[in-house]
Design a protein around this ligand. Structure first.
Ligand code: BG6
Length: 478
């Protein structure tokens, strides 16, 4: 008998800006993702002093083309269907629906695309899971309004969320309001539109942007539940299980603080409905007075009464805290790098691979919040070697995913309530942190390189048939 519940949502996850392409078609406006250049120095550029949201004609912008999913979505969804996906997590590109973000009426052509995408999923028996905003706010909202630090964005997001919720609520049950909302503590450009030239240097702007997003998210929850009480609306956080390097109490306390400030701050507000006790200490350590934030009358009550139904989270790696050494050995990571863990191996990009860390994450989250969890991202970014038939023998990916699925099984035995598992980049797509195509996560290979060369043909990797079997046996045959 499988440990996994009968209705467990096996599937895969993507984001509009990383695969659709067609960045200027059918009325779509530019989004912040369209201004992010390809290359390992992508974050260096975004966090440089003079980055000011202008295109640089000496650079490649891989999100403009993505993997041309906009034109090939039927083929892609059919492949997901062939793997037996129960669900598919994708995001709606805000800038397709409201190209400038501040219009009063939506762009019908943009909505038509998602009508078709959703219908295609349903045709293959796949439950759509929608992220309302995944690292792609309309660029105009950054240029004209300064990004999420501006409270006016609440109204623009509210209008957008209401349009898509109203249009799709009979077909889409599962929603998430903001992808990896807590990632702004490391790179606020992606989710808040904040770079140094428009306010990222002042943490007050990041904290204010979060507050505005919390309110916007609560309004979406309120609207969704009033529209259709069946709808399940989740928050979405990036979770990095964090260990103290040793039993030194100083490291242990630093680990508690890191967990609060990175892993829990946003979820505490969105799941528990109020700012946590450590808020003032956290913000003052960044030079911000909580009382200086613009919090309108009614905001706190709104947050309290419109908490999310579940926690969606991404998990790729764990981190280690050591504040007792001046120059500890460090590693790379998903937004947050950190100290090297001597017990763990690393991915090709230096992310520390830690399946048991997923079980720990699930225990921590479930026992802290007591709401269902949805693992909406997990996976291994790796260099794949493709043969002349488009086949990739990606045993390393199978082994990463197998180990993590086994860890989910142990968490289920721990009593954790998990709704589903959607590995990231189920089809190869553009990397968020580097814009590379060569950082591949998929079960499906896409013939496209970092310079934009390739046929874009899709082919099945070894992991394709493996995952199909995992789903068919509800996680028994790994
Ligand atoms: C998550 C994001 O942080 O990690 C995705 O939600 C992203 O958008 C994924 O693609 C993997 O990161 P990367 O940088 O390897 O693409």
């Amino acid at each position: 008998m499988s440990k996994f519940p009968k209705n467990f949502l096996w599937g895969g996850a993507t984001a509009a800006n990383q695969l659709e392409g067609a960045y200027d078609r059918d009325g779509k406006g530019l989004s912040v993702a369209d201004l992010m250049p390809g290359g390992k120095d992508r974050f260096e550029i975004l966090t440089s002093e003079n980055f000011n949201w202008e295109l640089d004609d000496t650079r490649i912008y891989p999100n403009h083309r993505g993997i041309e999913h906009y034109d090939r979505f039927k083929e892609d969804i059919a492949l997901f269907g062939e793997m037996g996906f129960k669900c598919y997590r994708f995001s709606i590109a805000w800038s397709r629906i409201f190209p400038q973000g501040d219009e009063l009426e939506p762009n019908e052509a943009g909505l038509k695309f998602y009508d078709q995408l959703i219908d295609e999923c349903l045709k293959h028996g796949i439950e759509p899971v929608v992220t309302i905003s995944h690292y792609e706010m309309p660029l105009n909202l950054v240029k004209k309004y300064g990004g999420w630090k501006n409270r006016q964005l609440i109204n623009f997001y509210e209008r957008y969320a209401e349009v898509v919720l109203s249009r799709y609520h009979t077909k889409v049950k599962y929603w998430m309001t903001f992808n990896e909302i807590n990632s702004a503590s490391h790179v606020p450009a992606l989710s808040q539109g904040l770079v140094k030239s428009n306010g990222a240097k002042d943490y007050k702007n990041v904290a204010q942007a979060w507050h505005n997003q919390f309110v916007a998210s609560a309004k979406a929850v309120q609207f969704a539940h009033a529209l259709n009480p069946e709808l399940q609306v989740g928050c979405m956080i990036i979770y990095g299980t964090t260990y103290s390097m040793d039993s030194n109490p100083v490291n242990e306390m630093a680990t508690i603080i890191e967990n609060q400030e990175f892993n829990y701050y946003c979820a505490d507000v969105q799941v528990r409905g109020k700012y946590p006790a450590y808020t003032e200490r956290f913000l003052s350590s960044k030079g911000v007075n909580f009382s200086d934030l613009e919090i309108a009358e009614g905001d706190l009550a709104l947050l309290e009464t419109n908490t999310v139904d579940y926690i969606g989270f991404s998990y790729y790696m764990s981190a280690v805290i050591d504040v007792t050494q001046d120059t500890p050995e460090t590693v790379g990571g998903n937004l947050m790098g950190g100290v090297r863990n001597p017990f763990l191996k690393q991915s090709d990009w230096g992310w520390q691979i830690d399946p048991e860390g997923l079980r720990i994450a699930m225990n921590n989250l479930y026992n802290r919040y007591n709401v269902p969890l949805f693992i909406v991202e997990n996976g291994l970014g790796a260099h794949d070697k493709v043969d002349e038939n488009g086949y990739v023998a990606d045993d390393y990916r199978i082994s990463y995913l197998r180990d993590h699925i086994e860890a989910i099984g142990r968490a289920l035995e721990d009593g954790v309530d998990v709704m589903g598992y959607t590995p990231w980049g189920c089809i190869d797509l553009v990397s968020a942190s580097t814009g590379e195509m060569s950082k591949r996560y998929g079960f499906i290979y896409v013939d496209l390189d970092d310079e934009g060369n390739g046929t874009l043909n899709r082919s099945k990797k070894k992991s394709f048939d493996w995952y199909k079997q995992v789903i068919a046996t509800n996680g028994e045959d790994l």
